[in-house]
Structure formats: C-alpha cells, structure tokens
Design a protein around this ligand. Structure first.
Ligand code: XMP
Length: 510
C-alpha cells in the first residue's frame, strides 16, 4: 500500500491512479488521518498532495512532523513539498513570480533515486505561487528552475523527497518515470498488485461493512451500476436487491439484455426486480414538448417508481450506488452521492429508509471500472457500453415523446450501431446514436408521396464529454445506414448527419 495524504489538491486521485498503474495499491486519505492509524496500515510509502493553501495561512492543512520521522518514505508534491520544508527547518516564501504550466526543470543531482533515467533537462508542469526558498538541514537540492532555487529536494537517509511540480499530470513528460522511481527505487514496492486484488479486497470490505444488512441498488444496466451491483452480489448475495426501472426510453432490446444478465436466469446471485413502467412514463410525457420539463418528469417519475418498489421491500440498511471518481470531482468532494443520483435518477428517494450509502467504485476512473468489470467476468458488451443518459431516448426525441416515436428511434439507432460496429469504426468514437427530429418532410417512395420524419445521426469524438468534435464517418457507412433506415424503419423518409461540435451544440439533442 502507498498512501496518498490529501491536502486539498486537484489531482489527488490522479496520483493514486498513477501509482495503481505501477501495479501498486494506493488509496487517498484525508490529511487528518492519525499517526496511529497510519502506523497500523503500515504503508510502504506516503505521498503528500498539492493543496490550495500557503503553509503560512492560519487554517492551512497540515500534518504532524512525526510523520516524517517514521522511517516511511515520503514524497511531497507541490504544497506537499512546501509543507515538508516548513515542518522541518526549511524556508517557504512567496515566489517572485508564479510559475504555471510547462516549465523546464534542470536536474542537479544525477544519482537521485527519484530521477533515475530522467533527462537532465525535463519538462514539468508547475502551478504554484509559494516556493521553497531554502531546503531544510540534511536535504540536497536535486532540481531547479530559473524561478525555483529548490524545484526538488531530498534527504536520502531519511527517505524524504519533494518536488515542486506535478509528476502525476501528463504534461510532466517524465512524471510517470519519477513516480515509478519513487514506488520501486525508494519504497521498494513489489508491483504485484492487480485489479483482481482490488476486486477481492473490495468484496471483503463490503462484506465487513454490510454484515447481515440489506442493500438496495438502482440498476440502469450501464457500466458503473452493473459493476457496482456485481461487486455487491459477490459480497453479500441475496442480501442485495437491484431494481431496474424500464421507463420505456431505453435502446432496442436493452431491457431484455439487462434482465438476461441480472435476472433470475442470469449470472448473478441477487434479487432482481424489473419494473415495467413504460405506460406510466408515456402518460406523464403526453403533450410535453419543453426539454427541461421532459427531463424533470422523467427524473421525478423514476424516483416515484423506485420508491414504490423500495417500500415493498421494506427497511433496507444501505443504498448501493455506482458513483465513480469523476462524479465525485464533478460534484465537489463529499457531495457526490446527491449529485450522481441527480444526474442519473433525479435525486435520492426521500422515503426510502436507509442509513448509509455504499459506493464501491468511488475511487476509480471509468477505464478502471471497466477493468474491474472484466475481472468480474461481466459480459464485454455491457462493459463497453457507450454512455447513455438517464432520461434515455426522451432527450433524443425532439418534442413530444410517444410510443410510436420511441419505436422509430430505437429501430434507427439499432441499425446505426450495428453498421458502425460492422465497419469497425466504433473504437474512435466517444458516442454515437440516432435521434428523431421533430421534422417531417415530403419524400417519394415507390410511386407515392410520403410525409415522414427525419432521423438525425450523430457521432462525436470526445474524451471528457465536456467538449466534442463531430466525427467524419466514412461516407460508405453513412450511406448504408441511410438506405437501411429508410427501407426498414416505417415513418422515416430522410436521414441527416449532424456535423456540429460541442460547443456550440450539446452531444444530446435536448
Ligand atoms: P450533453 O448533451 O450535455 O451530454 O453534451 C454530455 C454527456 O452527458 C450525457 N448526459 C447525461 N447523462 N444523465 C446522464 O446520466 C443526464 O441527464 C444526461 N444528459 C446528458 C450525454 O449522453 C453525454 O455523454
């Protein structure tokens, strides 16, 4: 175990993730974690993160100087490096100029264990206003920049290392090498941790935490909720109940697929409740055309259905959620549960009686969740699912939602996905789907006039879904998809391709 002590920096989980990428287990804990607890955990190394404060501020995050005297290797990053200098007898001050962004750092101690294999001049990512003016007694300065007299320092005997820059971000070109050096050369970690160890230890921890309690989970069939449900099922079996609400706005055959995997004839030991709430949702959405109103209705109705099912089960002890780390960041630390459910299910159900939330994936990034899913033998098509919005096809049908329109968009979307997959171009796309415009136009089919809907095809490339570029799908693929849609989907006589990026458009249509 390598322990990351969180002093409020932005990249804390990224540090942990980088260490896990070295096959060394790593977890983030608040900087207030007690020395006793740390001794008990017996980590091979500790990393102090960055943070927004100056060590001189009254309320700045600190830790005990004792931590630097346990003989456990410590790496201080940014604020963490200043804190190390400050706790010992070094000097921290406001830098004459702040350094932000890519900065050339000169390594001044070539035989430093932290910089083995690192170039003498290396590009690092800086983001600081304070700096270490003077290293503490016993420390050697190991790197400098034109601004920083101490861009890195170390006390090899005490196994204390500090860097002003951020080795965890990709802009620090040799940052991964430095972190590898820390965990292997300095901390002597074995590097034999694998995702299956995460899976095993998480199952163990869930068992301990839940005991004989009952857990209720809303399962959407998306990657996160599926992996969370499988971990819980492995841990507590039938003490887990998963409620899957079919709101009638899912992709073609999706409801049956989810039931196939998680239902009574599926692969897992859990109670599965599929609620067919199509009619309820369609009724509520009748005549509603305003996008926000539609979203709200879908979100609220989801909660009502979920609550009704939960009430039938009676008191539960825990509510299981598939919150992952980016959700935690998005919503501000500590408030994740509320926001995630907001995002996906429109808020936590008030009347479900539970005492605590369990979030087994809270520390993982999406690709790590997928790796955990593979370890758990979850079918590949579930693991590689594209993101699908909580309000489902409701926001891919412009204007009023009707059962007929849902069928049209489901069929068109299934054809589109099938052909994109067949053409082998799916791997470059962040998200791609068909939407039903509310536009009808004149066409000619056979010898007759038609007046039917236009389907819009969308495909975007994105890594963070905050911005996106429209993808240039091969014309042959678009052409096959178009022919198939107008021939096979009744009610459609025109297919359009959306060439807009985000911004100015959003990925979804409403
Ligand atoms: P937009 O349309 O905002 O979408 O560019 C960005 C990403 O978020 C997904 N999305 C949602 N996901 N609940 C969700 O869980 C929602 O209400 C929701 N709205 C959009 C969208 O599919 C895309 O991946």
């Amino acid at each position: 175990l390598v322990l990351v002590l969180d002093f409020g920096g932005q990249y804390n989980q990224l540090i942990a993730r980088r260490v896990r990428e070295c096959n060394v287990y790593c977890e983030v804990f608040p900087h207030t974690l007690s020395i006793e607890k740390i001794k008990e955990m017996n980590p091979k190394g500790i990393i102090f993160t960055g943070g927004p404060n100056s060590v001189y501020e009254k309320d700045s995050a600190v830790c005990s100087v004792e931590l630097l005297k346990l003989g456990i290797p410590v790496l201080g990053i940014c604020y963490g490096s200043q804190l190390m200098a400050h706790l010992l007898d070094g000097k921290v001050a406001t830098a004459p100029v702040s350094e932000y962004g890519k900065t050339e750092v000169a390594i001044t101690k070539n035989d430093s264990k932290l910089f083995t294999g690192v170039s003498e001049k290396t590009i690092c990512w800086m983001s600081h206003t304070d700096y270490i003016e003077k290293a503490p007694t016993g420390f050697t300065v190991t790197a400098t920049t034109p601004v920083c007299p101490v861009a890195a320092m170390e006390n090899e005997t005490e196994k204390l290392y500090a860097v002003q820059f951020h080795p965890e971000v990709m802009h620090t070109v040799e940052g991964i090498k430095m972190l590898q050096n820390f965990v292997f050369n300095v901390c002597q970690c074995a590097g034999d941790w694998k995702m299956d160890s995460f899976v095993e230890s998480t199952i163990q921890k869930l068992r301990e935490k839940i005991g004989t309690g009952k857990v209720l989970c809303a399962l959407s069939g998306g990657v996160d909720s599926s992996v969370a449900a499988v971990l819980l099922s492995k841990a507590i079996g039938k003490q887990l109940t998963c409620v899957f609400v079919d709101h009638g706005l899912l992709r073609k055959d999706e409801s049956e697929e989810v039931e196939g995997v998680f239902g009574p004839n599926g692969h897992y030991d859990l109670n599965f409740i599929r609620v067919d709430a199509k009619e309820r949702f369609y009724n509520k959405l009748k005549g509603v055309t305003e996008p926000e109103a539609k979203r709200k209705i879908i979100g609220e109705e989801f909660i009502r259905v979920f609550e009704e099912e939960a009430k039938k089960i009676g008191k539960v002890d825990f509510l299981g959620q598939g919150t992952i780390y980016p959700d935690v960041i998005e919503s501000g630390l500590g408030k994740s549960a509320v926001i995630k459910s907001h995002h996906n299910v429109g808020g936590l159900p008030d009347c479900v009686d539970f005492k605590e939330i369990v979030e087994p994936l809270r520390l993982l990034f999406k690709d790590e969740v997928r790796r955990a899913g593979r370890e758990l033998n979850i079918p590949e098509y579930l693991i590689n699912r594209q993101p699908f919005p909580g309000p489902g096809l409701g926001i891919r049908i412009i204007g009023e939602v009707t059962e007929e329109k849902v069928k049209i968009v489901q069929e068109a979307d299934a054809i589109y996905r099938e052909e994109v997959a067949k053409a082998g171009v799916a791997k470059d796309l962040g998200q791609y789907f068909a939407a039903l415009t509310n536009m009808r136009s004149v066409g000619v089919m056979g010898d007759g006039r038609t007046y039917d809907y236009a389907i819009a095809l969308r495909a975007v490339m994105t890594s963070d879904f905050m911005t996106a570029e429209s993808a240039q799908l091969p014309w042959e693929v678009l052409s096959i998809v178009t022919t198939r849609i107008v021939n096979e989907v009744k009610g459609v006589n025109r297919v359009l391709y959306d060439c807009t990026g985000k911004p100015p458009a959003t990925i979804e249509f409403e």
